[in-house]
Design a protein around this ligand. Structure first.
Ligand code: NAD
Ligand code: ZN
Length: 248
């Protein structure tokens, strides 16, 4: 199949599916200027190993060093804007062609693009909490302290160290993941967008879909199981899908 045949094929799968979900990863946000982990040359893995620096044990061992290494990257996510791919998924949801999105991203761009049904299975950057008394605070409390030279940032109730509400390596997944697994039981078509499908347990979710479509620049371990694989930029593909569905 050439590119336009693939677009028509996926558009038809979407039209026929009574319950479609999308599963998105860092690749949907690269067109918003946020580097992913594994793209050759530009991915964050090429600079350092997030599995070593973004872990619970790194945070517990030396919270000040943890924030020094990671916080700059996370605060930059908050300044990014959604791109054509995020907006196209929102449009599909509005048209009743997409039930919701399961995202591994913490950048909040689906929400900024107006998506309603979203499961943020790796957390988000809107809040943080005290590691001792569990009190919740806006994320800005953590950033403002860090910028004022208070590192690690601390709880103003008990003095405990603040941590972000993102899932770090070594963390268990939370309520959004439980709900996403539940939603997958009804899923006919799962459209993966911009994920290398290598981070578990999220990478096991495609197993639960009756039909699978993959939109990713590079091959994934699930390509053999997919009805359709499109190795192109997510913004272009999803914009063309809207056009093929006549909802530009
Ligand atoms: P990944 O880096 O492992 O894979 C991203 C994939 O997207 C790659 O295979 C790459 O080829 C593809 N890609 C890159 N740009 C693309 C584009 N414009 N169009 C289509 N495909 C494109 O990312 P992952 O699978 O999400 O796993 C990494 C983990 O890192 C996740 O848990 C995620 O939470 C976290 N992360 C999040 C952000 C973010 O919030 N934006 C950024 C970096 C990492
Ligand atoms: Zn506290």
């Amino acid at each position: 199949m050439d590119y336009s045949e693939k677009i028509d094929y996926l558009a038809n799968l979407i039209k026929k599916s009574p319950y479609t979900l999308a599963l998105t990863g860092a690749g949907i946000s690269t067109e918003s200027g946020i580097p992913d982990f594994r793209s050759p040359g530009t991915g964050l893995w090429t600079k350092y190993d997030p599995m070593k620096v973004a872990t619970v044990s790194a945070l517990e061992r030396d919270p000040a060093a943890f924030y020094k290494i990671n916080l700059d990257r996370w605060t930059r996510y908050n300044g990014a804007e959604p791109n054509a791919a995020h907006y196209a998924l929102t449009r599909l949801e509005r048209e009743g062609l997409l039930y919701g999105v399961i995202t591994q991203n913490i950048d909040g761009l689906h929400r900024k693009a107006g998506l309603k049904q979203l499961w943020e299975v790796h957390g988000h950057l809107r809040t943080c909490h005290c590691m001792d008394c569990t009190q919740s605070f806006p994320f800005s409390c953590l950033v403002d302290q860090f910028n004022a030279g208070i590192n690690p940032p601390r709880c103003d109730k008990c003095g405990g160290v603040l941590r972000l509400d993102v899932v770090l390596f070594e963390d268990a997944l939370g309520e959004d993941f439980v709900q996403a697994v539940q939603a997958m039981t009804k899923c006919r078509l799962l459209i993966v967008v911009g994920s290398s499908l290598q981070v578990y347990p999220v990478a096991a979710l495609p197993e639960r879909a009756k039909q699978l479509a993959v939109i990713n620049k590079e091959p994934t371990p699930w390509d053999d199981r997919a009805e359709i694989v499109i190795n192109e930029m997510a913004g272009r593909v999803l914009t063309d899908i809207l056009a093929a569905l006549g909802i530009m």
